[in-house]
Each structure stands twice: as structure tokens, then as C-alpha cells.
Design a protein around this ligand. Structure first.
Ligand code: SF4
Ligand code: FES
Length: 233
């Protein structure tokens, strides 16, 4: 049986199984730690830094850190909240995120975090990069304007033989997600649905399924991201 450890988040006493990732352990204790590149069931990689917390005085990522006995976590200080907000603003400034015309509006984790962190005008200049949309796959669109390069699609989408369908293509500021055209040529409906689902923004979109869930009934239309975790407390 797994050992139970006691730790604290913002002074609140918490308990979890030893070795559990902090984001998950926090959730089971009714504490929301924001995430973007992380996804339950997919090995963490700690790239976006939105889940930054302070542990025993040191900044670190909650999605890659396992809980241990006596750990003292700061999740909601002004400094940490501003760091997270700055990361979200950077992502908006770096890509082309036109929420009003995006199929993912209301289901988008980046948009939902922007609302939660009350982002109005990013403190960074917009880059308005020139990026394309690719529609060669029979079931999926890829919109490079919206990709936040979180690698969730790369890590989560594999065929029945474990081969990855997505990868990074190009380099530097041209870097973007590419699909293995041969492997993905006959992608099943289930895997195509899953690919669109794992993308936290609207960078992977199913063809022929636009606005299946109407605006107003989408995941974050009714309540802010993280509210479900906090309400379960
Ligand atoms: S396409 Fe979506 S899931 Fe893949 S890296 Fe870009 S944002 Fe992440
Ligand atoms: S969610 Fe932890 S680094 Fe992205």
C-alpha cells in the first residue's frame, strides 16, 4: 500500500500518496494549480511553467514535482500569480490567438486561463508572426497560429504500434507541429477526435465538426477553469 505523506499548500494541511505529482495531489485536496502543457495520464514534461509554485522557497514546476513528507508549497502569492499571468500574456503575444473567430473558444485552456488571471492587454508587444494553416490530412486541420508548442499531441497521440503521429517540424521561430503524413493518412475517427481533444487550444481541429457544442454551452462558458477543483473541496 502506498505511503501517505503530509504536506502544506499556502499553509493548508494536505495529504496524498507519496510520489504523486503535486498538481494531482493538490487537486485531490481541493487546491487548483493552473497547468497548460500537463495532462492527466500523459508523462509530464514541465515546459510551459504555468504551474510554477515555490517549494521550500524555491521556484519549481508542480507538474513534474512529486510530493514528499513535510513539503511546504506556496501556490497563490502575488509573485507567483504575476509570473503565471506573464507566461499567459507571452503566449498571447507570441502567437495569433483570435478568440472571437476560433472554433475552440469556450473550450480553450489558454483563453480560460486568461480570463482567470484577468489578462486585458499583454505587457509584451504582439509579434503577429506569419503562420500557416495546413489541411492536407483528411480528418484534421492544423492551425499553426494557435499552437503553444506544449507537445501534448506529440506525447499523447500514438498509433496501435506506439508510433507517434505528431512531431516538431522546422526550427527556431519557424518551429511548428507536423503530422506524419503516411501514419496519419488513415487515422481513425477515434484517434482524430483524441488529437483535437488533447490540444489545449484550437491548433488541432476536426474537419466537418465545427461548433458541435454551441457557444454558451462549452466547458468554460459557465464557470472559470479550476472552479470544479475548488468546489470539490
Ligand atoms: S498542436 Fe496543440 S497539442 Fe500540439 S503542441 Fe500545439 S498547442 Fe500543443
Ligand atoms: S503545466 Fe507544468 S510546466 Fe506546463
Amino acid at each position: 500500500m502506498a505511503k501517505i505523506v503530509t504536506f502544506s499548500i499556502d499553509g493548508q494541511k494536505c495529504m496524498a500518496e507519496e510520489g504523486q505529482y503535486l498538481v494531482d495531489a493538490a487537486e485531490t485536496n481541493g487546491v487548483y494549480i493552473p497547468t497548460l502543457c500537463n495532462m492527466t495520464g500523459v508523462p509530464p514534461q514541465g515546459s510551459c511553467r504555468v504551474c510554477s509554485v515555490k517549494i521550500n522557497g524555491k521556484l519549481t514546476t508542480a507538474c513534474t514535482t512529486k510530493v514528499s513528507e513535510g513539503m511546504e508549497v506556496i501556490n497563490e502569492s502575488e509573485e507567483i500569480q504575476d509570473l503565471r499571468k506573464a507566461i499567459i500574456e507571452l503566449l498571447f503575444a507570441e502567437g495569433n490567438h483570435f478568440c472571437p473567430s476560433c472554433e475552440q473558444s469556450g473550450n480553450c485552456e489558454l483563453q480560460a486561463l486568461a480570463y482567470r488571471f484577468q489578462v486585458l492587454v499583454p505587457r509584451f508587444p504582439y509579434l503577429f508572426p506569419e503562420r500557416d494553416i495546413e489541411a492536407s490530412n483528411p480528418k484534421l486541420f492544423k492551425d499553426h497560429n494557435r499552437s503553444i508548442l506544449c507537445k501534448r499531441c506529440i506525447r499523447a497521440i500514438t498509433d496501435e504500434r506506439g508510433r507517434r503521429l505528431f512531431a516538431f517540424g522546422k526550427r527556431g521561430d519557424r518551429i511548428g507541429i507536423s503530422i506524419d503524413t503516411k501514419l496519419a493518412a488513415n487515422i481513425s475517427d477515434e484517434l482524430a477526435d483524441r488529437a483535437a481533444e488533447v490540444c489545449p487550444v484550437g491548433a488541432i481541429i476536426r474537419k466537418g465538426r465545427g461548433f458541435a457544442v454551441p457557444i454558451g454551452q462549452r466547458r468554460y462558458d459557465g464557470q472559470p477553469i479550476g472552479a470544479d477543483v475548488e468546489q470539490a473541496k
